[in-house]
Design a protein around this ligand. Structure first.
Ligand SMILES: Cc1cc2nc3c(=O)[nH]c(=O)nc-3n(C[C@H](O)[C@H](O)[C@H](O)COP(=O)(O)O)c2cc1C
Length: 181
């Protein structure tokens, strides 16, 4: 599969079949995360992969218990993942100069997409979830209070078809040589 095909295949998956996902397949996605770039190669992430069905159910309930009242569909996801932000360590020359850029957020987004794209290549569907009850998730997964759960991921085999992507027009997202509003 070439990259554009893969990028088209990856989509927010909100309905999953009952097929279980093997631990080895999930580890393939984590291995992709290992290859993701990060500022100063700091790799400020930890992916907590929740595979045990009873715990998945509890974590799903913690996701559903969000103030936006969305993500009820995660109940059918066989695997959930917590993407945890770890302390980033910049090289000494960069310290004090670039902290305000919050590179860790870029790094976590990038690593998350490595996970999702590798999952898509392996025939899995994923959905990044920004709405969830962070405190409950942290308690269930024994994540230290000082850590931030950046996003959750729902993972499983999709029961739907690939949709046409709804995106801004290409003219709206780029310009050549000069910025254009
Ligand atoms: C940071 C982030 C948070 C998101 N949070 C949610 C969410 O809480 N619930 C949900 O159903 N989708 C969520 N999504 C999925 C987006 O809605 C989806 O990626 C977007 O609509 C584009 O559709 P596509 O992924 O199918 O291409 C999130 C995506 C990102 C990147």
């Amino acid at each position: 599969m070439d990259f554009m095909e893969l990028a088209n295949q990856r989509q927010a998956t909100r309905a999953f079949t009952e097929q279980r996902v093997s631990h080895e397949t999930l580890m393939e996605c984590v291995r992709a995360v290992q290859l993701a770039p990060s500022a100063c190669n700091s790799q400020p992430w930890k992916f907590v992969v929740v595979e045990t069905p009873e715990l998945v159910k509890q974590v799903a309930d913690a996701i559903i218990d969000n103030p936006a009242g969305i993500n009820k569909n995660v109940e059918n996801a066989p695997v959930l993942v917590a993407v945890v932000e770890e302390q980033a360590t910049l090289i000494p020359q960069a310290r004090g100069l670039y902290e305000s850029n919050h590179f860790a957020q870029f790094d976590l987004g990038s690593a998350t997409q490595y996970f999702c794209l590798r999952a898509a290549e392996l025939g899995l569907g994923t959905c990044v979830l920004g709405a969830f009850n962070e405190e409950k998730v942290k308690t269930l997964l024994q994540i230290p209070v000082e850590r931030h759960v950046f996003v959750m991921l729902a993972v499983g085999y999709s029961s739907g078809k690939i949709r046409t992507k709804i995106r801004k027009n290409i003219e709206e997202i780029h310009s050549v040589d000069q910025y254009h509003a």
